[in-house]
Design a protein around this ligand. Structure first.
Ligand code: FAQ
Length: 329
């Protein structure tokens, strides 16, 4: 329905009896936690699923620079500005490691960027929401990086070597990002009533979109079962979302902020928080391109690509000149 705009050629999970001997041997290696490396044989649908997920992840990092980039020139102190600048640069770095990991699967960066610019490839829904106040920098670090870490820590153990290794460094940096966001929230919550209200307002706007980052509920997740069998995903969307809620509610309590969910309550029997229903209609509208900032975000990326054409051309010309000189020598 809303899925597979980038086709992976897979519409159902392959049962073991339907696998070829090569596919069975491949699955055995996955089950034994042996990493798959770039030049090794892999089923075509595994390769395409990885390209889809890794490139969407890379696009999310790159587009994810935009909402925070909006506040660099308006950070309240020089120190906050330097920290935010470093964080936004980290996101660019994450995008680059991830595009490199995707390229090891035989796809070019130009193809991947073309899929982003033409709207074929997705990026995380969360980056289609506006950043209206400085407190949003706190909410993004605390909640958005917090959700990203929840999803990415297990991916350090995923089956594809280059992706799992990229995740190790990314997770270290994301954990610094999460702490800087929480630090902004702490400062605001210890400040004036207006500052605390600003923090509450940011939480009100980012809470539900942060829960949507984990994707559709398990019952509606198209790719989860096969991706988990291949260890491209290590845990389901709902498992990770629940863990995020359980971890984040006490952090909101500590700040003295209220999570905007009247149904949120501790369930001692389940040993987890119960929480209200996500507005899935909003989620699907955002991933279809109809969120508050989808057009603006995509346009910013397309403009950056077009305005940077002269840099790519100059670099190529320079590389060719050096190559010709080296050959002549
Ligand atoms: N937004 O069958 P599933 C970050 C799509 S990094 C948009 O469950 P899957 C760092 C999904 O692609 C954030 N689309 O799919 C940062 C599929 O469509 P397709 C990104 C979504 O792949 C912080 C369809 O719905 N992290 O934030 C979303 O098994 C601060 C069906 O869904 C990653 O990418 C969504 N939220 O599970 C940067 C982590 N959810 O492709 C800057 C790796 C689902 O068929 C500032 N990715 N869809 O057209 C994953 O773990 C998975 O890909 C999921 C989705 C969990 C995102």
């Amino acid at each position: 329905m809303y899925a597979q705009m980038v086709k992976t050629g897979l519409d159902q999970v392959t049962a073991r009896e339907q696998m070829s001997p090569a596919e069975q041997a491949f699955q055995d290696r996955i089950d034994a936690d042996i990493k798959i490396e770039p030049k090794e044989w892999m089923p075509e649908a595994y390769r395409k699923t990885l390209i889809r997920q890794i490139s969407q992840h890379a696009h999310s990092e790159i587009v994810g620079q935009l909402p925070e980039g909006n506040w660099i020139t308006r950070a309240p102190t020089l120190e906050r500005k330097a920290i935010l600048l470093a964080k936004v640069q980290d996101e660019a770095g994450h995008g680059l490691y991830l595009y490199c990991a995707a390229e090891t699967l035989g796809v070019s960066r130009d193809e991947l960027l073309d899929q982003l610019h033409t709207g074929k490839a997705k990026y995380s829904s969360i980056f289609n929401y506006p950043t209206l106040s400085w407190a949003d920098m706190g909410a993004i670090g605390w909640l958005v990086d917090g959700a990203a870490i929840m999803n990415q820590v297990p991916l350090q153990r995923c089956s594809y070597g280059p992706y799992s290794r990229a995740m190790v460094r990314i997770c270290k940096e994301e954990s610094f990002h999460q702490r800087q966001g929480y630090d902004i929230m702490m400062k605001l919550c210890q400040g004036t009533p207006e500052q605390k209200a600003m923090a509450q307002n940011a939480l009100d706007r980012f809470w539900w979109p942060a829960l949507m980052m984990f994707g559709p509920s398990d019952a509606d997740s198209v790719h989860s079962v096969q991706s988990m069998a291949w260890k491209i995903k290590m845990e389901s969307n709902d498992q990770l979302r629940q863990r995020f809620v359980d971890q984040t509610v006490p952090q909101a309590d500590y700040l003295g902020l209220t999570i905007p969910d009247p149904k949120l309550q501790w369930n001692a029997e389940r040993d987890h928080y119960d929480f209200g229903e996500i507005d899935w209609e909003e989620f699907y509208q955002v991933i279809k391109g109809n969120g508050p900032c989808n057009r603006e975000r995509l346009q910013a990326r397309v403009d950056a690509w077009e305005e940077g054409a002269w840099v790519r051309e100059a670099s190529l010309a320079h590389a060719e000149k050096r190559g010709a000189r080296a050959q002549a020598a």
